[in-house]
Design a protein around this ligand. Structure first.
Ligand code: PLP
Length: 376
């Protein structure tokens, strides 16, 4: 039996970057400023230069990166927050944790991102019903592909809604000549280890060009501190990024442009070599995905996944169930059949191995195993 492959090969990346990462981590161990040490600001500056965002606030996770902007707007009970139904739980969990209600919106089958006409209809329906105040739209760049921010921006401006980009999967992606981080008024990303830019633990960041908003996020990040840490001017939380994680991310950010190019090459190689019966991931004009995941659609997905597993090819299903059908969120949704595109997609999606160290020979092995699985 051939060796099973890793789904995401973080060890290969570590071997490549080891001397630099070890040196940076050792430096933190030596200076000992583990909380808000100098690497945190150094990373924020480097992230801002990378994506051209004026203000970057690093935080403890992608989930906190979503929470702080909603806390800053006082979003809570009686408020509606719109989002796609086909996403990770954190997108919805955050507004719910603040007392607001998620409104699950259908996705566009050609991009897997939020469907604009469905979003406009959902906002109008909430206004008509009058029970909740529409406050924000959390847009998810699913699998790394940026959403249509120009159109979303117009809709949110017209409706007076905060547009918050959940770019947990898309940091590094480009729309035209702009990078994720500047496409929406506020962008949240995650540095979970498996993300395109991943730490060795939890981490995240918020990007905005608005200095006043950034100052509020910085305050909420450290318990709502004002002029000093014992001057408490608002209800905050502890959402700081560890200095050690910042040090690791500084090294990984240097390597990130080359890794993004490698991910694009890998995606193109999959596109070219996969069996014809396989539906390739969406692409949109003038857009470069960050390829957090390379997700195909296949018939008989579960049988294909089992056969690939037997051939040593790990795969993953993002997501087996849309949020409106999850036990915890069922009360906010309208049951089976209410988001048919999302529901159908959950039966067909299959994520193949994707990481910057995947070579062409391994892609051939994966494509060959998939051809065998489909033929069986
Ligand atoms: C779409 C989406 N939003 C939010 C998150 C939350 O990020 P974190 O795990 O860093 O809290 C994730 C991470 O898995 C995600 O995929």
């Amino acid at each position: 039996m051939t060796q099973p492959l890793p789904f995401i090969d973080l060890q290969a990346q570590y071997r490549r970057l080891k001397p630099l990462i070890d040196e940076r981590v050792m430096r933190v161990l030596e200076h000992g400023r583990f909380i808000m040490g100098p690497e945190v600001e150094e990373l924020e500056d480097a992230l801002g230069r990378f994506c051209d965002a004026r203000h970057v606030v690093s935080v403890a996770s992608g989930t906190e990166a979503l929470r702080l902007p909603l806390m800053a707007e006082d979003i809570g009970p009686g408020d509606a927050v719109f989002m796609p139904g086909f996403t990770f739980t954190a997108t919805a969990e955050v507004p719910v944790s603040l007392g607001a209600e998620p409104v699950f919106v259908e996705i566009d089958p050609t991009t897997y991102n939020i469907d604009l006409p469905a979003l406009a209809d959902a906002v109008a329906a909430v206004r008509r019903e009058g029970r909740l105040r529409p406050r924000a739209v959390v847009v998810v760049d699913l699998f790394g592909l940026p959403a249509d921010y120009a159109a979303l921006g117009r809709l949110c401006e017209r409706e007076g809604l905060l547009l918050l980009a959940d770019a947990a999967q898309s940091f590094g992606a480009r729309l035209g000549n702009r990078r994720v981080g500047t496409l929406a008024p506020v962008t949240a990303t995650s540095f979970f280890p498996a993300k395109p830019l991943g730490a060795y633990g939890d981490g995240g960041a918020i990007f905005t060009d608005d200095a006043a908003k950034a100052a509020i996020y910085r305050s909420i990040r450290v318990h709502g501190a004002g002029a000093d840490r014992y001057d408490i001017v608002r209800i905050g939380t502890n959402a700081r990024l560890d200095t050690i994680q910042a040090a690791i991310l500084i090294v990984k950010l240097d390597a990130f442009p080359a890794e993004l190019a490698a991910r694009e090459h890998i995606a193109q190689t999959y596109d070219a070599r996969l069996p014809a019966a396989v539906k390739r991931p969406p692409r949109t004009p003038n857009t470069v995905s960050a390829w957090a995941q390379y997700v195909i659609e296949v018939e008989h997905r579960d049988a294909v996944q089992t056969a690939l597993g037997r051939a040593g090819i790990p795969t993953a299903i993002y997501y087996p169930k849309p949020l409106h059908l999850q036990t915890a969120y069922a009360r906010y949704g309208h049951g089976v059949g209410s988001l048919p595109v999302s529901e159908a997609l959950c039966e067909r999606v299959l994520a193949l191995p994707m990481h910057a160290d995947l070579d062409d020979a391994t892609i051939d092995r994966i494509c060959g195993a998939l051809a065998n699985a489909l033929a069986a």
